[in-house]
Design a protein around this ligand. Structure first.
Ligand SMILES: [Zn+2]
Length: 72
């Protein structure tokens, strides 16, 4: 089974962060079809990719945050 990934161009968030504001993870550098490269963050679902567009947090930091708020 293939897991779909949802990519968002780095910096495409409210604050214009191009790396994660918490862990400072850098985006993936992916080759573009027409040549050159594109810096993107990859997420496991659309919810996470939307959250990135607001907070600029990477998938791992989002997982940590939502785990904490889900505690108890
Ligand atoms: Zn992070």
């Amino acid at each position: 089974m293939t897991q779909a990934l949802f990519g968002v161009v780095a910096g495409n968030n409210k604050f214009g962060f191009t790396d994660c504001p918490i862990c400072h993870r850098k985006p993936e550098t992916l080759p573009k079809q027409e040549g050159g490269t594109l810096d993107m963050f990859l997420f496991g679902d659309t919810l996470s990719s939307r959250e990135y567009q607001i907070s600029g947090l990477c998938q791992e930091c989002q997982d940590d945050l939502f785990k904490e708020t889900d505690d108890g």
